[in-house]
Write a protein that binds this ligand. Structure first.
Ligand code: NAD
Length: 482
């Protein structure tokens, strides 16, 4: 089997790290083998990126010129959309429709940041003397972008596009579970006219490739999406080095149903909110809080929906839920369901692997509902990142807010109520970076996204998503009277 190299300075290279296999989680078969970057390869890549910034004048290009290349990258993604969707499907097992949607989202992100790059201005600040004072937004330099496996194409686009728009060079370290989408996007970017060395991709594990990257003295910023504990360890290195970090971390988002809600609509949203992508979403609504008078009705609705979800092969058009992204991750999910049983939880649906023999070789897990747990149970407090919904009851607003805010996380929340004043009041009291009212999991590249508490630091997306990758320089021009 030939080994896929990583991407440095516009070329595929083999590294000194431990090669690793990409595995299809729907079948257990090996897709291909990939090269891994060791510390020496990381140092070489950082030097290439730094040199490319100096040589290519990428940050010196006028914004419309940078925007034209970002737009061409979007075109290139669209032209290869089926290929990109299949790469993701083979690596993380999401169903085809979802993979296609994520490719479309990645292309839209490049278009959005082309527009931001071209239209975002700088400021002339109020003068207090005979001078003209102004701000200019400058690149930070070489940026490391480290990403997880659940939605690699969209996550990587959300870092690469604004960082390039801001004039930086980028080194992506994709998850070892989903390494290939970023490699394809780097090739597309080169073909679209991005100077060689401005976008590089290093494949490998967090320990072998990620740590040397974050620790390298010429990496001037780290943008990370992934688990909270990994984010914390990256932040410690960044603190020592005094470099900025943007951290998009885990979640345990509450999905809240008041007794006056449209229960049918809410149930549909709760289903998508937890089971889309097999629950492997940072904003998965994994704790369902139901006001006590409608608890039983909601359980019935959710049970009917969970049992009707077609779990199947990702390429089968009838499948609504594919496997988990890896066998190791399925074990993680299974441990949580086991602990929930041990802590007195009642399995209301699912709770195990599918019985269909055709799925036995893949990392499949059934949509699972658990009731009867205390909010302090592990499954109710910690991120499972799988198709597991814990159903909890509440009595009134005070009780609800205390329970909903009762985890270390604060990424997102959903509220269903026909009383909009109440919904807004509760939205203001929830510790979450995004709150949806009478909808769930609406995401827009134009709207800031990020977490409170242990769910992260900084906000991606929106115009500020480009500013995240820039530093402000203030310039005074003397001898001017305005
Ligand atoms: P992870 O933290 O294990 O790995 C994420 C990335 O970090 C991978 O590329 C990995 O190789 C790398 N890495 C691991 N250890 C490292 C280290 N010490 N130094 C540098 N890099 C290191 O996360 P995962 O299992 O790939 O993804 C799942 C997690 O991601 C979940 O917690 C989920 O909530 C989170 N996530 C958050 C968001 C968000 O926007 N907030 C979005 C998607 C996923």
């Amino acid at each position: 089997m030939s080994r896929t190299g990583f991407f440095v300075g516009g070329e595929r290279v083999q590294g000194s790290g431990q090669p690793f296999a990409s595995v299809n989680p729907a079948t257990g078969e090996t897709n291909y083998e990939l090269a891994a970057a060791g510390a020496g390869d990381v140092a070489h890549c950082v030097a290439i990126a730094k040199e490319a910034l100096a040589r290519s004048q990428w940050c010196g290009l006028r914004p419309p010129e940078r925007a034209r290349i970002l737009g061409a990258i979007a075109d290139g993604i669209v032209a290869r959309s089926e290929d990109l969707a299949m790469i993701q499907l083979r690596e993380n097992g999401k169903v085809l429709a979802e993979c296609r949607a994520q490719v479309a989202s990645a292309a839209a992100t490049f278009r959005y940041y082309a527009a931001v790059c071209e239209t975002a201005g700088a400021e002339v600040t109020p003068s207090r003397g005979d001078y003209l004072s102004m701000t200019s937004y400058e690149p930070i330099g070489v940026v490391a972008a480290i990403t997880p496996w659940n939605s690699p194409l969209t996550m990587e686009a959300q870092k690469i596009a604004p960082a390039l728009a801001g004039g930086n060079a980028v080194i992506v370290k994709p998850s070892e579970v989903t390494p290939s989408g970023a490699l394809a996007v780097a090739e597309i970017a080169l073909a679209a006219g991005l100077p060689a060395g401005i976008l590089n991709v290093l494949t490998g594990t967090g320990v072998e490739t990620g740590i040397p990257l974050v620790s390298h003295p010429d990496v001037r910023m780290v943008s990370f999406t992934g688990g909270t504990e990994t984010g914390r360890s990256i932040a410690k290195i960044a603190a020592e080095r005094l470099i900025p970090v943007a951290l998009e971390l885990g979640g345990k988002s509450p999905h809240i149903i008041f007794e006056d809600a449209d229960l049918e609509r809410a149930a549909a949203a709760v289903q998508d909110g937890i089971f889309e992508g097999s629950g492997q979403s940072c904003v998965a609504g994994s704790r369902l809080f139901v006001q006590r008078p409608v608890l039983q009705r909601m359980i019935e609705l959710m049970r009917a929906r969970a049992e009707a979800i077609a779990v199947g092969m990702p390429l089968d058009p009838g499948s609504k839920m594919g496997p988990l992204a890896s066998f190791r991750h399925r074990e993680h999910v299974e441990r949580f369901v086991h602990s929930a049983r041990a802590e007195g939880g009642e399995i209301l649906a699912g709770g195990g692997r599918p019985s269909d023999a055709g799925l036995a070789k893949g990392a499949f897990y059934m949509p699972t509902l658990i009731g009867g747990l205390d909010p302090s149970a592990h499954a109710c407090r910690e991120e499972i990142f799988g198709p597991v919904l814990c159903i909890l009851a509440f009595d009134d607003e005070e009780d609800l807010v205390a329970q909903a805010n009762g985890t270390a996380y604060g990424l997102a929340a959903g509220i269903w109520s026909l009383d909009v004043t109440r919904a807004l009041r509760v939205a203001r009291r929830l510790e979450a970076g995004t709150v949806w009212i009478n909808t769930y999991k609406q995401l827009s590249i134009a709207t800031p996204f990020g977490g409170y508490k242990d769910s992260g630091i900084g906000r991606e997306k929106g115009v500020g998503g480009m500013r995240l990758y820039q530093q402000i320089k203030s310039i005074y021009l003397g001898g001017v009277r305005l």
